[in-house]
Ligand binder design. Structure first.
Ligand SMILES: *[C@@H]1O[C@H](CO)[C@@H](O)[C@H](O)[C@H]1NC(C)=O
Ligand SMILES: *[C@@H]1O[C@H](CO)[C@@H](O)[C@H](O)[C@H]1NC(C)=O
Length: 223
C-alpha cells in the first residue's frame, strides 16, 4: 500500500466534517442577520403605523374642531309705511336674519348684537338686539326686530331720496349686524373677535324685500 494513495482519502475524510462545520456556522450567521433585519423592519413598520394613526387622529380632530364662521342669511325686511307720502313720520322696519352655527363641536359666545341700517353709505338707524347669549353647536338663532321711532333717523329730505329710488323700482339698503364672538371648544374659550355681517337689501315698490335679495347669505368679516 502506497502512502500517496491514502493521503487523498484521509484528506477528503478530514475535509468533510470541516466543510459541514463551516456551512452550519454560515447558516447560523445568515439566520441571525435576517432576524435582526426583520426585527428592525418590524420596528420601522410599527413606528410608521403609529405615525400614520397619529396623523389621522390629528387630521380628524382638526376637521371636526376647526371653527367655521357663523353664517348669516336675511329672510325678511319690510317697511309697512313705504307707500305713504310722508311715511317717514311713522316708519318702522321689520327684519328677520338668521345666524347659523354649523360646527358640530364648537359653541359661540355672543355679546349683544348691534344692528345698523344704512342707506347710501349713511347710517339711518341703530338698535341693540340681544343680551349676550351662548349659541350651541349645530344651532340656528333668529335675529328679528323692529326698527322704528327714535331708533330711525330719517329726515324728510332723505325720505324724498328714498321715494325717488322707489319710483325707479328698487331702494338699496344694507343691514349690518355686529357683535363680539368667542369660540368654545370643549372647555377652552377663545378671546373675543369682532364680527360683522352685512346684508344687502333691495326693497320694491310695496316696501318688501325683493325676491332676489330674500334668503341670501350676508357676507361675514372679522375685525
Ligand atoms: C324668520 O325667518 C325664519 C326663516 O325663514 C323663519 O323660520 C322664522 O319663523 C321667521 N321668524 C319671524 C319672527 O318672522
Ligand atoms: C342697487 O344695488 C344693485 C346691486 O345690488 C345695483 O345694481 C343698483 O344700481 C343699485 N341701485 C341704486 C338705486 O343704487
Amino acid at each position: 500500500m502506497r502512502s500517496e494513495d491514502r493521503i487523498p482519502i484521509q484528506s477528503t475524510a478530514g475535509n468533510r466534517p470541516m466543510k459541514r462545520h463551516h456551512t452550519a456556522r454560515y447558516y447560523a450567521h445568515r439566520v441571525k442577520e435576517s432576524l435582526t433585519t426583520r426585527v428592525s423592519k418590524l420596528i420601522c413598520t410599527i413606528f410608521l403605523f403609529i405615525l400614520f394613526v397619529l396623523g389621522l387622529i390629528t387630521f380628524i380632530l382638526w376637521l371636526s374642531l376647526r371653527p367655521h364662521r357663523p353664517r348669516f342669511h336675511i329672510h325678511e325686511f319690510s317697511i309697512p309705511s313705504f307707500s305713504q307720502e310722508n311715511g317717514y313720520a311713522n316708519a318702522n322696519i321689520i327684519f328677520n336674519v338668521t345666524a347659523r352655527n354649523s360646527n358640530p363641536k364648537v359653541g359661540f359666545y355672543y355679546d349683544a348684537v348691534q344692528v345698523a341700517l344704512n342707506y347710501q353709505e349713511q347710517n339711518i338707524g341703530d338698535m341693540t338686539l340681544l343680551y349676550p347669549f351662548y349659541q350651541e353647536p349645530k344651532n340656528t338663532i333668529i335675529l328679528t326686530g323692529n326698527l322704528g321711532g327714535a331708533a330711525l333717523k330719517v329726515t324728510g329730505e332723505r325720505w324724498q331720496q328714498i321715494m325717488a329710488d322707489r319710483t325707479r323700482g328698487v331702494v338699496n339698503f344694507s343691514l349690518e349686524l355686529s357683535s363680539s364672538i368667542r369660540f368654545k371648544i370643549f372647555t377652552w374659550v377663545s378671546k373675543r373677535h369682532k364680527i360683522h355681517a352685512t346684508c344687502a337689501v333691495g326693497v320694491g315698490l310695496d316696501g318688501s324685500i325683493l325676491p332676489s335679495y330674500k334668503d341670501k347669505k350676508c357676507p361675514v368679516y372679522f375685525t
